[in-house]
Design a protein around this ligand. Structure first.
Ligand SMILES: Nc1ncnc2c1ncn2[C@@H]1O[C@H](COP(=O)(O)OP(=O)(O)OP(=O)(O)O)[C@@H](O)[C@H]1O
Ligand SMILES: [Mg+2]
Length: 337
């Protein structure tokens, strides 16, 4: 590992939300994220993967100060943020751009797309806001000139997402947190957006946290993968190794549920292992045991810790899958949008 500090690093980051008051009982706060640690280096593309509700968006937002962590630490280029105040996050925000999961929610409905994608340049007083340069910026993400004069409501979901990418690239940041950046895009455009990320990494050493439930996105671009389950990291490591030999049964299940383009190779087994538990009713022991086909007695009572494994990998499982395991976790009903 290199001695230079990570561009950004979260250590044991947790996020709680107050639980609602029930008529006769005060319920403990709900934990959305639990002790998530993750370092991202310049030029690195880290994909955070997990089912809907696993806490991916919450982590991305917490990293940029849009959600207040209840505990943990964030360092930016080796310097710890003093606290989780807006002031502390100012330095992070100067270096980072967030591509929101729902791009329209981040747009000013009264601002034309051209003005919107020019805004970061205007604020940073860097880069050209001349029409021809804004057209070039929009064209990079496949939006033609005519979209620059439109208002957000006149855009389709895919066009809005592309406009959001153009805005994020307006002043090249050191870090882009991209929350489901390809959702709602045609397959051809999806590849274009991901290739643009790869180009930025090559040319500017931009780092990425790409949040996705779509493993084919991770397959395309990830250097490293972090798998979240109910707000905890259950496995992490180099992408190639995770795809080659997942160690956590949950990772294995996610890989097995990846859509297969060839109809002849498609699996037909019905979903059998049930739904994701609620964060309000976390299972005892290993929180995955209720869906794990390999669960044993120990898994029902003792929570595994996230342990280091050779090859810069980590796994939280009492019985990690051996590399040669051919056992597939078939039929796990994986929830995605
Ligand atoms: N402000 C909040 N108050 C209460 N619960 C919340 C809040 N924000 C998020 N949650 C809950 O926290 C969990 C994680 O949410 P989050 O949006 O981070 O998941 P996600 O992995 O991004 O899911 P998706 O794939 O659907 O986008 C969910 O159960 C969600 O309902
Ligand atoms: Mg999300």
């Amino acid at each position: 590992m290199s001695a230079t500090p990570a561009l950004i690093e979260a250590t044991k980051l947790s996020v709680d939300v107050p639980a609602k008051w029930l008529p006769f009982a005060r319920v403990k706060p709900l934990s959305i994220l639990l002790d998530v640690s993750l370092a991202i280096r310049s030029g690195e593309i880290v994909c955070m993967v997990g089912e809907s509700g696993s806490g991916k968006t919450t982590f991305g937002r917490a990293l940029l100060g849009l959600v207040k962590p209840s505990s943990g630490r964030i360092t930016l280029e080796g310097a710890a943020l003093a606290d989780f105040s807006a002031k502390s996050f100012r330095a992070v925000r100067r270096q980072a751009a967030l591509l929101f999961q729902d791009p329209l929610s981040s747009f000013n409905p009264r601002q034309r797309i051209g003005a919107m994608i020019a805004e970061p340049r205007r604020i940073a007083r860097s880069g050209s806001t001349r029409m021809e340069d804004l057209v070039a910026l929009a064209q990079q993400v496949g939006l033609s000139e005519r979209f620059l004069s439109r208002f957000p409501h006149a855009l389709s979901g895919g066009q809005a997402r592309r406009a959001a990418v153009a805005r994020a690239l307006s002043v090249i940041p050191k870090l882009i947190v991209a929350d489901e950046p390809t959702a709602g895009l045609d397959v051809s455009v999806q590849g274009g957006v991901l290739n643009l990320f790869l180009e930025l990494r090559e040319q500017h050493r931009t780092a990425f946290l790409v949040i996705t439930h779509n493993l084919s996105v991770a397959r395309h671009i990830a250097d490293r993968i972090v798998i979240l389950y109910l707000g905890r990291v259950v496995e992490s490591g180099p992408a190639s190794e995770i795809f080659r030999a997942p160690k956590h049964p949950y990772t294995r299940a996610l890989l097995d549920s990846e859509p297969v383009p060839d109809p002849a190779k498609r699996r037909t087994e019905p979903p059998v292992l049930g739904e994701v538990p609620s964060i309000a009713a976390r299972p005892e022991g290993c929180e995955f045991h209720t869906r794990c086909p390999f669960a044993q007695a120990r898994c029902r009572v003792e929570a595994p810790t996230l342990a280091d494994e050779p090859g810069h990998r980590q796994v939280a499982c009492h019985f990690p899958l051996p590399a040669a395991s051919a056992a597939a976790v078939r039929g796990l009903h994986v929830v995605s949008r």
